[in-house]
Design a protein around this ligand. Structure first.
Ligand SMILES: Cc1cc2nc3c(=O)[nH]c(=O)nc-3n(C[C@H](O)[C@H](O)[C@H](O)COP(=O)(O)OP(=O)(O)OC[C@H]3O[C@@H](n4cnc5c(N)ncnc54)[C@H](O)[C@@H]3O)c2cc1C
Length: 475
């Protein structure tokens, strides 16, 4: 067995396939290339403890399946997944590649099981995804650890703290990579390269180009390593763009979250059951628009558009306990003024805004309120309206939490062809450079997001790119 999980050697080595990244798409690419008989090296920028990129924060994956089984509560046929994908944002960007992704998704769970994944039986909970999505036993961290174990079993080396700084090109061919490995700069040569280094959501300067100083108030839900350095290299070397350039997926997170890597635990789910004020003490969006999936994708962007990118969510004891409790606790007081004050918001005009909201909420809301679905309990004469779950906020104690935009990932990546090869601006392809995962997900969806489909894209395209990179190297 080859030596594994080690640091860079002193002398240059040539690999059939070098995979850049250490998350889902990278590990799948590495195993797929190895399945073809290639000699593979994985370069992960994080250290061993923090390996796994955004993928270690995930919980589930969305794939076509024809019937219920131990891990999905019912069938999810091709047509339904396709329709769901078409309903997201502006829909599939490249229909052929999106169709290929959906078709290939059907074989993904079995492939994952054969390569180290374990599954969890569906649970009741806040996500209501047991039919369409399969959950990883122990979450994304356990999935990733299982894949790393499989790499180790196969003897595929992983270099940690290996930051790819540049790709050296001779025309459309990448000849070598310059890599900082634990402070030492080495040149790695490869016959084929798979770029699976995620998006650029952790590159605050890059985000600032589109969003200005507001970025200072964004929280990045995943690791600081996804700064788009490899994406930039590909674009600078002529790769065509896929996906909305400014776009990102974002949710409301606790304003007390760490700047990076808060993961799923800092997401705030109270919004549909209360009201959200901005810094001026005003409501600004229909909190009752939907629970799932819109609340998930809309509120990060909503907050990003408010003064100082902060929101103040307020609810009362009637709904306390209907959603996951915020991990850092909540502000609590016996009056609305008290809870606004505890959150650091001047009492007026926030208190008046909530009084007006209460005046517009229906008197019979209590009998019709249904947290299990859109209940149509709506305000009248209030702008903006709250169109569901519009109960008065009138029963102490009152609760509150401050929220900020939490960026999950960016949408812009590089264009690929059906073999995962990076496409150049003139329509030709790079000779030996492939891409998988978030760095090319813009080929499938240019904006918006379907829960669980990030891992589907990474797995489907990791398999394709790994296989094609190996075939290129071994031809
Ligand atoms: C909190 C959270 C929850 C999520 N939940 C889900 C979910 O349940 N289901 C789902 O489908 N999707 C989910 N997503 C989205 C999902 O995480 C991504 O779609 C998916 O993980 C992308 O995989 P990837 O391998 O392309 O990127 P990543 O997993 O982010 O991996 C990128 C890798 O590249 C490495 N890297 C970056 N730059 C370099 C460099 N220069 N040199 C070497 N290595 C580099 C990083 O260290 C990292 O290992 C979630 C995201 C977040 C943040």
């Amino acid at each position: 067995m080859a030596e594994v999980h080690r640091r860079a050697p002193d002398r240059p080595e040539r690999w059939d396939v070098v995979v850049i990244g250490g998350g889902n798409a990278a590990l799948v690419s590495a195993m797929s290339a190895h399945d073809q008989g290639a000699r593979v090296l994985v370069l992960e920028r994080a250290d061993r403890t923090f390996r796994g990129g955004n993928s270690r924060h995930t919980r589930n994956i969305r794939c076509v399946h024809r019937s219920a089984d131990d891990y999905n509560t019912g069938a999810y046929p091709y047509d339904e997944l396709w329709k769901d994908l078409c309903g997201v944002g502006t829909g599939p960007s490249d229909e052929d590649l999106a169709e290929l992704t959906v078709t290939e998704s059907e074989s993904v769970p079995d492939w994952m099981s054969a390569h180290g994944a374990l599954w969890q039986k569906p649970l009741a909970g806040t996500l209501h995804l047991g039919r369409t999505n399969r959950f990883f036993l122990g979450g994304g961290k356990a999935l990733i650890n299982g894949y790393y174990r499989e790499l180790e079993r196969r003897g595929i080396p992983v270099w940690y703290e290996a930051k790819v700084e540049s790709l050296e090109f001779d025309g459309p061919r990448c000849n070598s990579l310059v890599v900082d490995v634990g402070g030492k700069r080495v040149t790695v040569t490869a016959t084929a390269v798979v770029c699976a280094s995620g998006g650029f959501e952790a590159n605050l300067d890059w985000l600032r180009e589109y969003w200005g100083d507001a970025v200072s108030n964004y929280h990045i839900r995943g690791p600081r390593f996804n700064d788009g350095l490899v994406l930039r290299q590909l674009l600078d070397n002529g790769a065509a763009v896929a996906g909305e350039q400014r776009g990102f997926h974002s949710v409301a997170v606790d304003a007390r979250s760490p700047k990076f890597d808060g993961g799923i635990a800092t997401r705030i789910d109270s919004i549909p059951f209360g009201v959200v004020l901005n810094k001026k003490g005003e409501r600004f969006y229909d909190e009752g628009e939907d629970i799932w999936p819109k609340r998930y994708a809309i509120w990060g962007r909503n907050l990003a558009g408010q003064p100082d990118q902060i929101g103040y969510c307020v609810w009362d004891s009637k709904v306390q306990g209907l959603f996951l409790p915020p991990m850092y606790g909540v502000y609590k007081a016996d009056s609305i003024a008290g809870v606004l004050d505890a959150m650091g918001l001047p009492t007026e005009p926030g208190r008046t805004t909530i009084e007006r909201f209460n005046a517009g909420a229906p008197a019979d809301a209590a009998g019709r309120f249904d947290p299990g679905g859109l209940d149509g309990v709506a305000t009248a004469g209030v702008v903006p309206a709250k169109t569901n779950w519009a109960q008065r906020i009138d029963t102490p104690p009152y609760y509150g939490i401050t929220v900020r935009p939490g960026i999950t990932f960016t949408y812009m990546g590089v264009k690929v062809n059906a073999g995962g090869r990076v496409v150049l601006e003139d329509g030709s392809t790079m000779e030996n450079v492939f891409a998988a995962g978030e760095i090319m997900s813009g080929n499938v969806l240019s904006s918006g997001y379907l829960a669980g489909f990030g891992m589907t894209i990474g797995t489907v395209w990791g398999r394709i790119s790994g296989r094609e990179a190996a075939r290129h190297a071994l031809r």
